[in-house]
Design a protein around this ligand. Structure first.
Ligand SMILES: Nc1nc2c(ncn2[C@@H]2O[C@H](COP(=O)(O)OP(=O)(O)OP(=O)(O)O)[C@@H](O)[C@H]2O)c(=O)[nH]1
Ligand SMILES: [Zn+2]
Length: 369
C-alpha cells in the first residue's frame, strides 16, 4: 500500500467534509467501500499509522436494524471501528451520499415490491457503456441516460468495440440523439482508439462508474484505462468454453493516475427509478418542442397548435425517439402511482399498529380508573 495515499486520494471531498461531522465518533475512522461481498464488505480506511489500509468489515447491529438509507454500497463512505486483533472491522454508519445511481430493484412486479436499488454511490461520472454490433440499443441507452441524470453525476456515453462497427458515424449520431448534451466517445480496446480521450476525462480523486449490459466491454475498458489487467475478462476459449469470466461484484479501483473507477456486472434489467420530470430531463429535445405547444397542458396527441406533433411531421423529432419518450413517461407515471400506493400502505400499517397500541394502553389503564 502506498503510504502517500490519503482519504482525498480515495475520493474524500468538501461535501463529505461538511456533512459527516455528526457521524464521526471517537474510536471510528473514515473509510470507503471498495466491494460488497456476500457476507462482508471490503473497506479502505485510515489506519492508526495514518496510511490507507484495506479491512474486511461487517455491519453493526444498529446499522443493520435501522439502515433507513440502506446497507452500504460500493463507493459509500462509512465510519469504521477498526478490528481489535485480526478480526473484521465494524461499519457503524453510512455517511451522506452526494450522488447515487439507482434503479428499481428487479423482482416480482405483481407484489407491490417497489424498491430502490443503489448500484454505486458518491460518483462524479457515469460511463454508459454500449457496444457497437448486434447488441446496440438506443432505447436502453436512453434508460441509462435518464437514471444517470437522476444520479447527480455527469453522464458520458462510451461506444465500445468501435472496431467492429459497420457504420461508426451512424452509431455516434444515434448516440447523440439518445443522449443529448452528453459527450459521446467511441473507443476500442482492440485498436486503442478513444482511450486517450477517455483518460483525459478522468481526474485524480474523482470517481467514475462503468455501467452497461453484460459483455459490453466494461472490464476490458477498465483494463485499457489502467494499462494493466485489474479485472480478468471473458475470453471464451473456443475448444472447451472454459475460462469464461464475468464480473460478479461491484468493485472500486484506483488507477495509477489517481482516478477512481467502479466496475460493475452487467445489468440485465434497467427499470426506471425516477418520475416523469426525471424522464423529461433526459429528453430535453422533446421538452423543447413541448414547451412551444399552444396549450400548457397539451397531451401531444392531436391538440391544435401542438409543437410536438408538428416536429414529428416535419421530421425534426424522430418518431422512434418520441415513442420511447412516451413509453418511459408511462413507466415513470406508473412507478410514481405504485410508490405512492406503497407509501400509503406503509402509512396505513403504521396507523394500524398505533391504534392497536392505543387500544392496549386503554385496556391496561381501565382497571386503574
Ligand atoms: N472487438 C472488440 N471486442 C471487445 C472490445 N472490448 C471488449 N471486447 C470483448 O467483449 C467481450 C466482453 O468483454 P468484457 O470486458 O468482459 O465485458 P463486460 O462488460 O465487463 O461484461 P460483464 O462483466 O459480464 O458485465 C470480451 O470477449 C472482450 O474481448 C473491443 O474494443 N473490441
Ligand atoms: Zn403538444
Amino acid at each position: 500500500m502506498n503510504n502517500n495515499e490519503t482519504i482525498e486520494s480515495w475520493g474524500w471531498n468538501r461535501f463529505l467534509e461538511k456533512t459527516s461531522g455528526q457521524y464521526i465518533r471517537t474510536g471510528t475512522v473514515r473509510g470507503r467501500i471498495l466491494e460488497v461481498r456476500r457476507a462482508d464488505w471490503l473497506v479502505i480506511a485510515e489506519s492508526p499509522e495514518n496510511t490507507m489500509t484495506q479491512y474486511n468489515a461487517a455491519v453493526s447491529g444498529t446499522l443493520a436494524r435501522d439502515a433507513g438509507s440502506g446497507m452500504p454500497v460500493t463507493g459509500d463512505w462509512v465510519t469504521l471501528r477498526l478490528p481489535e486483533s485480526g478480526g473484521p472491522g465494524l461499519i457503524t454508519a453510512v455517511l451522506p451520499r452526494y450522488s447515487k445511481f439507482s434503479r428499481k430493484a428487479p423482482g416480482d412486479v405483481d407484489h407491490d415490491r417497489i424498491q430502490e436499488q443503489i448500484i454505486a454511490a458518491n460518483i462524479d461520472t457515469v460511463f454508459i457503456v454500449a457496444a457497437a454490433g448486434h447488441d446496440w440499443n438506443p432505447g436502453r441507452i436512453e434508460r441509462y441516460v435518464t437514471l444517470a441524470w437522476e444520479s447527480g453525476a455527469s453522464p458520458v456515453l462510451v461506444i465500445t468495440k468501435a472496431d467492429i462497427a459497420e457504420n461508426l458515424d451512424e452509431l455516434i449520431a444515434e448516440g447523440y440523439t439518445a443522449a443529448p448534451g452528453i459527450p459521446v466517445i467511441p473507443v476500442s480496446a482492440k485498436t486503442g482508439i478513444g482511450i486517450t480521450d477517455l483518460t483525459a476525462i478522468l481526474t485524480a480523486g474523482k470517481t467514475a462508474v462503468l455501467l452497461g449490459s453484460s459483455g459490453a466491454g466494461k472490464s476490458t475498458l477498465l483494463n485499457a484505462l489502467a494499462g494493466t489487467d485489474l479485472q480478468q475478462t471473458r475470453e471464451v476459449r473456443a475448444d472447451d468454453h472454459r475460462g469464461r469470466h464475468t464480473t460478479t461484484a461491484r468493485t472500486l479501483f484506483r488507477l495509477a493516475s489517481g482516478a477512481l473507477i467502479i466496475d460493475t456486472p452487467g445489468l440485465r434489467e434497467i427499470q426506471l427509478w425516477t418520475d416523469a420530470k426525471g424522464v423529461d430531463t433526459a429528453f430535453e429535445d422533446v421538452e423543447r418542442f413541448a414547451s412551444q405547444c399552444r396549450f400548457r397542458n397539451c397531451g401531444h396527441t392531436g391538440e391544435p397548435g401542438c409543437a410536438v406533433q408538428a416536429a414529428l411531421e416535419s421530421g425534426d423529432l424522430p418518431a422512434d425517439r418520441y415513442n420511447r419518450w412516451r413509453k418511459l413517461r408511462r413507466e415513470a407515471d406508473y412507478l410514481e402511482r405504485k410508490t405512492n400506493k406503497a407509501a400509503e400502505l406503509a402509512e396505513r400499517e403504521r396507523w394500524k399498529d398505533l391504534t392497536k397500541t392505543i387500544r392496549h394502553i386503554k385496556k391496561d389503564t381501565k382497571g386503574l380508573r
